[in-house]
Design a protein around this ligand. Structure first.
Ligand SMILES: Nc1nc2c(ncn2[C@@H]2O[C@H](COP(=O)(O)OP(=O)(O)OP(=O)(O)O)[C@@H](O)[C@H]2O)c(=O)[nH]1
Ligand SMILES: [Mg+2]
Length: 460
């Protein structure tokens, strides 16, 4: 397996061609010995003799000619990212320079790193758990402040601590159970049953909360999927453009302008929105329009939040009625558009909106757009609740495992209630412990681990 390999790995750790400074990073027992012969620090001396974690200024030489002026740091095991010897060479950011330095260290005995291999080594060497490793990838990809905050908390080990705490409690229950099985006198077992029930109840409550918050965590990390739907000409594309602050989608007074879905990301109030503008939904016999409408309905089904746009300057049409009837109020925010053309604050049909949250605005003049942004924000994050300090579940992998653990704990509680044998209870407990172990990567299958790390970029 490649994480067990003794190779010293090397990669360009910064985006190539994008900065004034670029970093070539090495990790492994040969890292210092590979860089030492090609790096000449100011005032003599060598990297091999230098103090760990000290930044040295000097020159990299290739074939006895200076290649670049650099800063070099050696971080000796185990105080490094991977817990192995790590050397970083800070060069000028030019691709030519970085590639030459990388060639040089490869010629010296290093092997090119696979994507995510540095982080994989940190994980297999036990410096971080799987949730922290995932957080590294998420931080690199983070596109909103909220997403960054949950990922940074996860990197700090908040989710790991939460899961480890739950595991500790379940291990305690398993120990009590074992004591009961070994000493089956009535009173001991009875006392233990109550204690076991209490511990299980506590674990169940905390796991339920983690699972319940998982969608919020995912939305912060990946963004909120928002579909803009409505009948033709109500101003859906105008609304997309207003949210983006640019004329992304075509807007005309002709109904049926948007034929295909248009997707775009925007950060609104610190939340990443994955917006989809759709073709207006109405009855149509035209083939292209029909296909567009099918895609609109699909986007509507997939979205976390649907913005159902109505034209406030006109009476409700049959198409509007159908959309309102089929929309689920728990996932829909009604946008009454064209406020600038409306005589009063709300049109005569406003009572039809009972049961829906709604905002009134003008996509054209932007009047009322603040209210929409505020509604989306509070919809995405229950704002009464701050971002969980105890760590949040942020991806489906973690959520599935937490759900499995919760199912097992619920089964254990049920087994305790109806007084089935302690052996069955013990099996449920082991199942819950294994599922929790999956979250932090203790019991995760190798092929799944490889897939997780393969999504990283090279040099991470
Ligand atoms: N006065 C006024 N006109 C608006 C407003 N929003 C959109 N419009 C106009 O309404 C017309 C239709 O706007 P679009 O954004 O293309 O509507 P749509 O819902 O995307 O239409 P389709 O793509 O055909 O389904 C255009 O002429 C817009 O300028 C608004 O708030 N006030
Ligand atoms: Mg449109």
């Amino acid at each position: 397996m490649k994480w067990k390999s003794e190779d010293t790995i090397a990669a360009i750790a910064t985006p190539v061609g994008m900065g004034g400074v670029g970093i070539v990073r090495l990790s492994g027992s040969g890292a210092v010995a590979i860089v030492d012969p090609v790096f000449f620090p100011d005032g003599g001396g060598s990297l091999a003799e230098a103090e760990s974690h000290r930044l040295l200024h000097g020159w990299i030489y290739k074939d006895e000619a200076p290649l670049d002026e650099v800063l070099v740091v050696a971080m000796r095991a185990p105080r490094s990212y991977t817990t192995e010897d790590v050397v970083e060479i800070h060069c000028h950011g030019a691709p030519l320079v970085l590639n030459s330095v990388l060639d040089l260290v490869v010629a010296g005995g290093a092997r090119l790193a696979e994507p995510g291999e540095f982080t994989m080594r940190a994980f297999f060497n036990g410096r971080i758990d799987l949730t922290q490793a995932e957080a590294v990838g998420d931080i690199v990809r983070a596109r909103s402040e909220a997403g960054l905050r949950v990922s940074v908390n996860q990197l700090r080990g908040k989710l790991y601590e939460a899961i480890t705490g739950l595991k500790g409690d379940l291990q305690r229950v398993a120990a009590l159970l074992a004591a009961g099985i070994d000493f089956p006198e009535e009173d001991i077992v009875f006392a233990h049953r109550e204690e076991i029930a209490n511990w299980l109840g506590g674990v169940q409550a905390r796991l339920s909360e983690l699972v319940a918050e998982a969608d919020r965590g995912r939305i912060m990390r990946d963004g909120l999927g928002v579909a803009i739907v409505g009948r033709p000409n109500v101003g859906k594309s105008s609304l997309l453009n207003a949210l983006l602050g640019e004329a992304r989608a075509i807007v005309t007074e002709i109904p049926g302008t948007t034929r295909d879905t248009v997707e775009e990301g925007a950060v609104v109030g610190g939340v990443l929105l994955r917006l989809t503008d759709t073709a207006g939904i109405r009855h149509s016999d035209e083939r292209v329009e029909q296909e567009g409408i099918t895609r609109s309905r699909h986007a509507q089904q997939e979205a976390d939040l649907v913005l159902l746009v109505l034209d406030g300057s006109e009476p409700l049409s049959g198409d509007d009625e159908t959309l309102l009837t089929t929309a689920g109020p728990e996932r829909t925010l009604v946008v009454v558009n064209k406020r600038d053309l409306m005589p009063a604050a709300l049109p005569g049909w406003a009572e039809r909106l009972a049961g829906f949250s709604h905002v009134v605005l003008s996509a054209l003049t932007r009047e009322g757009m603040d209210g929409l942004e505020q509604s989306i924000r509070s919809w995405a994050f229950d704002e009464q609740r701050p971002i969980a300090e105890h760590g949040m579940i942020t991806n489906l992998r973690q959520k599935h495992a937490a759900q499995n653990a919760l199912d097992a704990v619920q089964a254990a509680t049920a087994a305790l209630d109806i007084g089935t044998g302690d052996e069955l209870l013990a099996i449920d407990l082991q199942r819950a412990l294994a599922a929790l172990g999956d979250i932090v990567g203790e019991t995760t299958a190798d092929d799944l681990l490889e897939r997780i790390f393969a999504e990283f970029c090279i040099g991470k």
